[in-house]
Design a protein around this ligand. Structure first.
Ligand SMILES: *Cc1c(COP(=O)(O)O)cnc(C)c1O
Length: 349
């Protein structure tokens, strides 16, 4: 198997192949900037800032993103959070009850939720003890019905990035789609895989404005892939899936590169401080390396420590039920003040 055999037509669901995208009023007419009278979409004509339908293709936002990422707008699909983008991938490529996917626990919970809601079998191949993909096991598990392998790098909740070598082996050894979820890429020392889209026709990258960009509330997920893959997703996406307020806020934020970078660099400094401080806590047995904006630690008794922190008004994530994560807690890096409170509370337990 190698990527030269990758053929998008072998991967797309039969019912999706034949679909024409729903053509909305605003799809048919694209403004050239001249004054027009819009009597096409049954909107209320009195202007209030949001009385018109949003641009279904988010052209302004994609133009800025394309320039920043050094790709074309046709390589981008935007969704109502990455969660919608991931769901579109299932609906475009995985035949319910027939096809399957591969995920690598412990990882982001949504892949399994979406597999269940789409009635697609999820083959779970545990990460190795150092939280790397078990490449040989993954390649052995692939069958004719395997459509997507989900790699989360940096991975949630472990915090590490997967080695480049493992990812390349998976991309080259699989004729289906490889999704790299880069929700935490802006905190990472690793390069994004976006620049490798031309090399791997089966590569899909997802990112989000929910973490580094500080916009979890507006729900904007991003997907980068070949034009062929993006055009399949465009066929099935709801026409107005990214609302007007989100498009405006997102545009403002992605154009403000300096503020985002400043916040990311503060968070990274705070992360290193948090790690140093956590080393002083007696019941913390292990602090895992982090390439993200959170730190995973192993403690003596995660359930007890979780409840104790909650009683002091500090909400963290207890990951003890996840495979390979027994007695682990996940701390998001907060502001300097919040992190100080966390460390104080831990010291007092
Ligand atoms: C937080 C997170 C996301 C973000 O999802 P949105 O729907 O865009 O908010 C995606 N993937 C992973 C692994 C995450 O941890």
């Amino acid at each position: 198997m190698n990527t030269t055999q990758f053929d998008i037509n072998q991967i797309v669901r039969e019912n999706v192949k034949g679909l024409k995208p729903y053509s909305s009023a605003r799809d048919e007419y694209v403004s050239d900037g001249s004054e027009m009278i819009f009597l096409d979409a049954n909107e209320n004509p009195y202007e209030n800032g949001v009385n018109r339908y949003p641009d279904p293709q988010q052209r302004s936002l994609k133009a800025v993103l394309a320039e920043q990422k050094n790709i074309l707008p046709q390589n981008i699909l935007l969704g109502n959070g990455s969660d919608e983008v991931l769901d579109l991938l299932f609906r475009a490529f995985c035949e319910p009850k027939i096809d399957n996917i591969i995920t690598l626990p412990p990882t982001y919970g949504m892949y399994n939720v979406l597999a269940n809601t789409n009635d697609v079998q999820n083959h779970k191949i545990l990460l190795t003890n150092d939280f790397e993909p078990n490449v040989s096991k993954i390649l052995e598990t692939i069958d004719q019905q395997t459509k997507i392998i989900f790699l989360c790098s940096p991975n949630n909740p472990t915090g590490n990035s997967f080695s480049e070598q493992s990812i390349v082996q998976i991309l080259e050894g699989f004729n289906g789609l490889v999704v790299i979820d880069e929700a935490y890429i802006d905190f990472s020392t690793m390069e994004s895989w976006v620049q490798k889209l031309k090399v791997y026709p089966n590569l899909i990258i997802t990112q989000t404005l929910s973490k580094a960009y500080g916009m979890a509330g507006i729900r904007l997920g991003l997907c980068y892939a070949s034009k062929e893959i993006i055009s399949v997703l465009n066929k099935i996406k709801p026409p107005y899936n990214v609302n007007e307020l989100t498009q405006r806020k997102a545009l403002e934020r992605v154009e403000d590169v300096e503020s985002v970078q400043k916040e990311v660099s503060n968070i990274l400094q705070e992360r290193e401080k948090m790690i140093t401080d956590l080393e002083e806590i007696g019941f913390i047995e292990k602090i895992y390396k982090s390439d993200a904006n959170f730190v995973l630690v192993k403690v003596d008794d995660a359930n007890v420590r979780y409840d104790q922190l909650l009683n002091q008004g500090i909400v963290i994530r207890n990951r003890t039920t996840q495979p390979l994560c027994e007695n682990t807690l996940r701390f998001t890096v907060g502001t300097s003040f919040e992190n100080k409170k966390l460390i104080e509370a831990l010291k007092n337990l």
